[in-house]
Design a protein around this ligand. Sequence first.
Ligand SMILES: Cc1ncc(COP(=O)(O)O)c(C=O)c1O
Length: 417
Amino acid sequence: MSHLAHVDPEIAALVVAEEQLQADTLRLIPSENYVSHAVLEATGTVLQNKYSEGYPGKRYYEGQRHIDQVETLAIERAKALFAMDHANVQPYSGSPANLAVYLAFLKPGDTVMGMALPMGGHLTHGWGVSATGTWFRGVQYGVERGTGRVDLDKVRELALAERPKLIFCGGTAVPRTIDFAGFAEIAREVGAVLVADVAHIAGLIAGGAHPSPAGHADVVSTTTHKTLRGPRGAMLLSTEEHAKAIDRAVFPGLQGGPHNHTTAAIAVALKEASGEDFRVYARQVVANAQQLGEQLAARGFDLVSGGTDNHLLLIDLTGKDVPGKVAAKALDRAGIVVNYNTVPYDTRKPFDPSGIRIGTPALTSRGIPTSEMAAVAEWIDLVVGAARSGDEATIAKVRADVKALMDAYPAPGLSVR
Ligand SMILES: Cc1ncc(COP(=O)(O)O)c(C=O)c1O
């Protein structure tokens, strides 16, 4: 980064400090990861200098001979990896990708059905404060109070009563396998388009550690930067039937020029995700999350739905007598980075909720094995207890232990340890 350090030492110093922080901390935010050096290099290329509104072979700007090949490679790799007829790799991120889906299939005021935000859904699935719940009529399903799981009979009842044109399945704090076939049956029955938002689990699907929505969902929406371990971006995949509607919605419907440096990095990440190493990684992410869940449950933590099938755990801290935010901030002081999160039927407010959400994609990218999950659970337990009693000495001790583990498992893509 010699050029950056010369031109803008303030920004350069912040980037260096962030890199050190990512090296030194146990990053348990389930939507985060460490990308490879190759993905980082592609992201920082001169491809970002080029404007290329349109699609390969149909651009509004000249000079596309290389850009077209980059985007075509990304498209073909996405189609092959996710077994879908069509791929659009241009959405700037997950939220605009989902907005493009609305534009493709709905008119303002039409009904969309998705999982409620406090139940684990995403804002863009028709939740009130989002444009998607303001311009469209959002009806929301949740999880059952006792089991923490979706009851598809209830989803079907709601769909029959409300007749949504679009149904979203998937979410942002869903620790259980998504029944794509079950949702597809409901969508067919009510004549709705089914969107599988697999942003969180795309890497698990690519690596064979979660069932695929292919053959069930009409549209698959995903970010590229979570378990898929690519750059910040998104993709929309679809059946042939909906290909044109999706492409038109992304451009010219919603966006202008694609971010070609991101497209290149998506292509690289898709190549990495199609290898055998990535299949091992995806399975290990789940094994680590399940073991961490068991270790936490053994220490009296209340896991929503009792555990996990995927990469994340949602923990209700009510029984530990520590609010989620207090726990998250104490964990941060201990070098363990999580986010506070609402839990289903939370009695506290979204900005000060009862839970925390943790996940294993980033720690697994460092190669941290399942045998270390007992230590991780023990640290979380110690810090949550210390947050309750104000015991900063314990927090400092955990921070040193965390740092020692991080030193033993250097993160990919970083140039510091
Ligand atoms: C399920 C789901 N969909 C969409 C998004 C939105 O992605 P972005 O933050 O890139 O806009 C997220 C982000 O967390 C998500 O979890």
